[in-house]
Design a protein around this ligand. Structure first.
Ligand code: UDP
Length: 356
């Protein structure tokens, strides 16, 4: 039996872990130890995902949250090291691009424990993004790199990573979307509680630091979503960081209907029935595509370039005066049908490779 220590801490990672944890257990050859850093810790950003997605309770909870990048990452390194030292797993598994990804990979590598990275090879080519730095370092420290797309695989090859270490398995978020589609469909009626109708609202999310921590960009996003809301209802499950930054900048929504972050199943129900999704989230861009909903990405670049190429997604600079117009123009604009994210069996492929 092999022991794999999975290090997670943020909302999108709980979602990515769900299909993989199940697939690891299904191999019968792997014992998974789940370590939650605490980066996202409250009911709406953490607990709800463990409950809805049937994740096992974390074996270790490091309870680290808040603080700047240095304080948070430093605390993770400090608390994670003794846990991994005692556990001595055969491998550490990390996901995506958060501080928890960076800390997990770095502590493991320094203890000479091999690292595997799920969602490897994504690049925005914008090193001002903390996520970009986290993923570059995590990829460098990993000896098994699981990529979602052709583009991600090519990025790693271009950076000189040996082909033998790269496994293009598809995207585990697609697995999750398929696995939980029935449960999400049962939530479709929740639109009544927001007084909107299927296909007649825009769903928005905003949380990237480049948008929330720049008051000019944040102001333009707020003003633009307000302008869109004059034409069509806009729903916005609001990330705690955005709430905090809006308050500090003296910004508020009038027409846009905000709500606390919702659980995965409610989010899937909201996404799948939206007319357009406007987001700066990586995961939500992909989910828009899974549900065949046109998407506007509130960023200057995206890692998921295939969605732009296929016509399902368009970039709208958060500082552009045309933001509202771009969102409204996306109404009804479907793209080309294709399947760049694998066959929904990515988690099984990852588990089989890890079990070998
Ligand atoms: N999500 C959710 N509730 C929300 C907003 C997002 O469940 O209120 C889910 C969404 O469906 C997707 C994931 O969170 O699966 C995306 O995470 P996030 O936007 O926080 O991070 P990113 O993908 O940008 O790293």
């Amino acid at each position: 039996m092999k022991t794999i220590a999975t290090v997670v801490g943020a909302r999108p990672q709980f979602i990515k872990v769900a299909p993989v944890s199940k697939a690891l257990a299904d191999t019968g050859a792997i014992k998974e130890v789940l370590i939650h850093t605490g980066q996202h810790f409250d009911a709406g950003m953490s607990d709800v995902f463990f409950e809805e997605l049937g994740l096992p309770k974390p074996d270790h909870h490091l309870e680290i949250h808040g603080g700047g990048h240095g304080a948070m990452t430093g605390a993770m390194l400090q608390k994670l090291e003794p846990v991994l030292e005692e556990l001595r797993p055969d491998r550490v598994l990390v996901y995506g691009d958060t501080n928890s990804t960076l800390a997990g990979a770095l502590v493991a590598a320094k203890l000479h424990i091999p690292v595997a990275h799920v969602e490897a090879g994504l690049r925005s080519f914008n090193r001002l993004m903390p996520e970009e730095l986290n993923r570059i370092v995590a990829d460098q420290l990993s000896d098994l790199l699981f990529t979602s797309t052709d583009v991600a695989t090519k990025n790693l090859e271009r950076e000189g990573i040996a082909k033998s270490q790269i496994f293009q398995v598809g995207d585990v978020m697609y697995d999750a979307a398929l696995q939980f589609s029935d449960a999400a469909a049962s939530r479709r009626g929740l639109l009544d509680s927001y007084s909107v109708e299927p296909g007649r609202y825009v769903l928005a999310t905003v949380h990237r630091a480049e948008n929330t921590d720049d008051s000019g960009r944040l102001r333009n996003i707020v003003t633009s979503l307000e302008a869109v809301a004059k034409e069509i209802p806009v729903l916005l499950p609001i990330h705690p960081r955005t709430t905090g930054r809006m308050k500090a900048a003296g910004l508020s929504f009038e027409r846009v209907r905000t709500m606390p972050p919702v659980g995965y199943l409610d989010m899937a129900a909201l996404e799948s029935q939206a007319a357009v999704i406007a987001t700066d989230s990586g995961g939500v861009q992909k989910e828009a595509f899974f549900y065949k909903v046109p998407c506007v990405t509130l960023r200057d670049e995206t890692e998921w370039v295939e969605l732009v190429d296929l016509g399902w997604n368009r970039l709208a600079s958060p500082s552009s005066p045309d933001l509202a117009r771009t969102i409204l123009q996306a109404l009804g604009r479907q793209g080309t049908h294709a399947q760049p994210y694998g066959d929904g069996k990515s988690a099984r492929a990852i588990a089989q490779i890890l079990a070998r």
